[in-house]
Write a protein that binds this ligand. Structure first.
Ligand code: F6P
Length: 342
């Protein structure tokens, strides 16, 4: 990442973003500061991870999930947004009747890790609102239709990574001033390092292409890849996205054989799509194994999808494991039953 002049976010958006999109991004950024302030206080302001009810899919909903959801929805009122889909709500919420945008939002990603004080975040996608009163079906647009997307990373620094289709910029929260300042104007994913992120405890549940890819990485210099790899897993997607954007590598949350994981874990509208838009705008790629994430037609607002994203060459290689088999199979001398295998 190249760091440049630290313009105020508002000045940057005024100079670079379509004005109506700038208004939505400004509202989201302001809400994120409210959320960041609450996270920074931690237990001083009460138990953030207290379970306050089941969310729509049975995962426990924490006090911080609810706080973040309410902060974003409240701030989006009056920002030109017709309606919001949130991970924390079964149904869309209607906002400005004359709004021209829709927002799909995971207000607090990684909430299962709140008690561990690790980096967590928020993710959003902005779509055009079709004409007429708000309907759930209005949100069922392919990721290619996104007008903007971004994520807020609540870590050692609070960062705002966003795109409106002209590359990816990064802003860092200046806590003293209570405002974001642009710290990277054009982010591009590096082809290095040889780093992959996946929850290996699910190895036995994975589909064959993912097992084969990870096995080949684990073989390191002695295996078909001929080089060593490093593994990372934070268990907080936004933190992993930021790491991959900042220094390269690849992230996988594939479909697996556990009940309820037939389409992976992550949500298409407000996790995979915004991440895929960001990653592609930074020169990387995002797929579900077989296809580009942004081309998937959503079947429901909370639909899940397998998600694999990162440096383009790495993602394309994984796609080959899906479409043509593993490197071992493609290079039989190194294969499991090959001549050179110990
Ligand atoms: O629900 C999303 C999420 O919390 C992500 O932030 C994270 O990457 C993933 O789930 C962790 O899943 P698991 O606990 O299966 O590793």
């Amino acid at each position: 990442m190249t760091t440049t002049a630290k313009d105020d976010l508002a000045a940057y958006l005024a100079a670079n973003a379509p004005p109506d999109i700038g208004r939505v991004l400004t509202a989201l950024a302001e809400a994120s500061i409210t959320v960041a302030d609450r996270i920074r206080l931690g237990a001083l302001a009460g138990a953030m991870q207290a379970e306050v009810g089941p969310s729509h899919d049975g995962m426990p909903q924490t006090a911080l999930d609810v706080f973040a959801d309410q902060a974003f929805v409240a701030r989006l009122k009056g920002a030109g947004v017709r309606g919001v889909v949130s991970e924390e709500r079964d149904e869309p919420v209607a906002l400005d009747a004359d709004g021209t945008f829709l927002v799909a939002l995971d207000p607090l990603d990684g909430s299962s890790s709140i008690d561990a004080n690790v980096t967590i975040g928020s993710v959003f996608s902005v779509l055009d609102a079709p004409a007429g009163p708000l309907e759930t079906s209005h949100f069922l647009q392919r990721g290619t239709a996104q007008r903007a997307a971004g994520l807020f990373v609540y870590g050692p620094q609070v960062t705002f990574v966003f795109t409106f289709g002209r590359g990816v910029a990064v802003a860092t929260l200046d806590p003293g001033a209570g405002t974001y300042r642009i710290t990277t104007r054009r982010l591009e994913i590096s082809a290095e390092p040889n780093e992959f992120a996946i929850n290996v405890s699910n190895f036995r549940h994975w589909p064959e292409p993912v097992r084969a890819y990870v096995e080949d990485c684990l073989e390191g210099e002695e295996g078909p890849r001929g080089c060593n790899f490093n593994m990372r897993w934070i268990g907080s997607m936004v933190a992993e996205v930021y790491r991959v954007l900042a220094r390269g590598g690849v992230y996988l949350y594939p479909e697996d054989s556990r009940e309820g994981y037939e389409n992976g874990r992550l949500r298409l509208l407000y996790e995979a799509n915004p991440v895929a838009f960001l990653v592609e705008q930074a020169g990387g790629a995002a797929i579900d194994g077989w296809s580009r994430i942004l081309d998937i037609a959503p079947k429901s607002i909370h639909a899940r999808t397998p998600l694999i994203f990162g440096s383009q060459e790495k993602v394309e290689r994984i796609m080959l494991y899906y479409t043509e088999g593993s490197a071992s199979q493609r290079a039989p001398l190194f294969g499991r039953r090959g001549l050179l295998r110990r």
